[in-house]
Write a protein that binds this ligand. Structure first.
Ligand code: SF4
Length: 340
């Protein structure tokens, strides 16, 4: 037996719902995957919800499913996520799963498969958002339970959302990522939000994502272009040599960012719905990040309060050196430090 990898390349197979084959986004994606085998299907759930799927095997060779979302398109933001002071905080559910592969990702607890569904009926999302705007301004995270920039090689979805924000000034969108986006558009109602982690955490637990250097370069490109930039120190992960790892990381970040151009910052420790943690551990057995002896509190698995608090304080004590405290938002059991 040769030692050659027997897995198909990512997206070697693309399943396409019959009803979406003529949509522009479907055509764009397929034109960027000329070697993939296309299989037409009736409904994405026939593939995505199959029984006895193996996440770990599939994650080495993911399939892509192009579909229309006929269910809920826009959801109210979870109370485990920081709303940065926005009372009308929503997220768009445009993709199921993520091309990146973070050990600690809650998606592993939510789904039984590593395959990715991309909902290509974007116009329906835009129509829904426009209707919701008639009730007042809204904050919409469009890369909330996926990373849209992970898919930038096959579909430029962020640009489509930015175009919507350009003509709907009551809409503020957030594009959160661990990637290095190729382009930045400076608009007052578009926030580029970068998750920053120590390189050790990235190398060990955030497979496929940009390096810390790449993310800091992206932050610089975005601030230089005049974009609103949010930095997310979230989730903080309790690795064995936590203090030295995060100390070195903070030194790199503090000297690597042009702070007067940063819009705001969020700080949070790892937490996850308790119902997902078992499945997460099955997907990433022996992972230092998932095997931590978390405590269960109000339906969530978290670090014990004193540990979480010491981790947040460690980061927070470095930030006032460089940024106004009013711009710092923190997950300290739901409260925020920010003043907006
Ligand atoms: S980038 Fe975010 S959504 Fe994607 S795998 Fe990592 S934690 Fe999950």
């Amino acid at each position: 037996m040769s030692g050659k990898c027997s897995y198909n390349p990512t997206f070697s197979h693309v399943y396409v719902e019959e009803q979406v084959k003529e949509l522009p986004l479907t055509k764009e994606v397929l034109s960027n995957l000329p070697s993939s085998k296309i299989i037409y299907i009736k409904h994405y759930k026939d593939i995505f919800n199959r029984k006895k799927q193996d996440y770990r095997a599939q994650s080495k060779s993911r399939s892509l499913i192009l579909a229309a979302n006929k269910g809920n398109l826009i959801f109210k933001g979870s109370d485990m996520c920081q709303d940065h002071g926005n009372s009308r905080f929503f997220y768009a559910a445009g993709v199921m799963n993520c091309l990146f592969d973070c050990d600690y990702c809650f998606l592993k607890g939510m789904y039984n498969t590593a395959d990715i569904v991309l909902f290509v009926n974007l116009e329906d999302y835009f129509d829904k958002v426009k209707r919701m705007l008639s009730d007042g301004p809204m904050f919409l995270s469009v890369s909330y339970d996926t990373d849209l920039y992970a898919l930038q090689g096959i579909a430029d979805i962020p640009s489509r959302w930015i175009d919507l924000a350009k003509v709907n000034l009551d809409l503020t969108i957030e594009l959160r990522t661990k990637a290095h986006p190729k382009t930045f558009v400076p608009l007052g109602n578009v926030i580029y939000s970068f998750t920053l982690s120590p390189q050790k955490v990235i190398s060990s637990f955030e497979r496929g994502t940009s390096s810390l250097r790449g993310r800091l370069d992206a932050v610089k490109e975005a601030t230089d272009a005049g974009c609103k930039v949010r930095l997310c120190f979230d989730p903080l992960i309790r690795v064995r040599d936590w203090e030295s790892c995060y100390n070195e990381f903070m030194d790199t970040v503090i000297y690597g960012v042009c702070w007067d151009k940063v819009y705001d910052i969020s700080v949070g420790t790892f937490r996850i719905s308790a119902e997902y943690i078992k499945k997460l551990r099955r997907c990433c057995p022996m992972s230092e990040v998932t095997e931590y002896p978390f405590v269960n509190s109000e339906g969530y698995s978290k670090y014990p309060d004193e540990i979480a608090s010491s981790m947040r304080s460690f980061i927070l004590k470095r930030l006032p050196e460089v940024i106004d405290e009013g711009k710092i938002f923190c997950d300290s059991d739901g409260s925020v430090f920010g003043d907006r």
